[in-house]
Design a protein around this ligand. Structure first.
Ligand SMILES: [Zn+2]
Length: 166
């Protein structure tokens, strides 16, 4: 019988590897390794990188809230999802907004959703073409954003703080 490990953030169950994980996302070493593969593919392809890399990072971060993951990081990446998915802003406008937001002092704690009906790194890593990769990242992002609907108002309010000051 293969011993498995469940990712505490997204729920992905994978055969247990001998890898370790010491970053602050609430992730299993196996899930983090798949995220590394997804990122590597994006860095190999400038068109994918420009179009969805910000969304990939924000989606992964929000999907791996909880545990050691700091409230500040969860909130900032959730605002990144809000700006991309609800406001339709391009990555080059999202990044500066997230940087302005990072200067803020206090952060609410947002309890991650219990419902986990979403794609995971495993699904996205299976993409067979750049087009499919982009499509899967968008689907993954939409599902994670939807699962966090209880906190959409908080994300919107945080975004307003930095969108109004220019
Ligand atoms: Zn995971």
């Amino acid at each position: 019988m293969v011993e498995t490990r469940v990712c505490p953030g997204c729920g992905l169950e994978m055969p247990r590897s001998d890898r370790s994980y010491d970053h602050y996302f609430n992730a299993s070493p196996e899930c983090w390794s798949l995220f590394g593969e997804i990122e590597a593919r994006e860095f190999e392809n400038p068109a994918i990188l420009r179009r969805v890399h910000q969304l990939t990072v924000d989606t992964y971060a929000v999907q791996h809230a909880g545990g050691p993951h700091p409230d500040k990081s969860v909130c900032i990446h959730l605002v990144g999802l809000y700006l991309a998915l609800e406001r339709g802003l391009p990555p080059e406008r999202i990044r500066p907004a997230m940087q302005r937001l990072a200067a803020r002092g206090a952060w609410p704690h947002l309890e991650p959703p219990r419902e986990r009906e979403w794609l995971t790194t495993y699904d996205v890593a299976l993409a067979a073409s750049p087009e499919e990769h982009i499509r899967l990242v968008r689907q993954w992002a939409e599902q994670v954003w939807h699962a966090w609907r209880e906190h959409h108002a908080v994300a919107r309010a945080l975004a307003e703080e930095v969108l109004s000051e220019r």
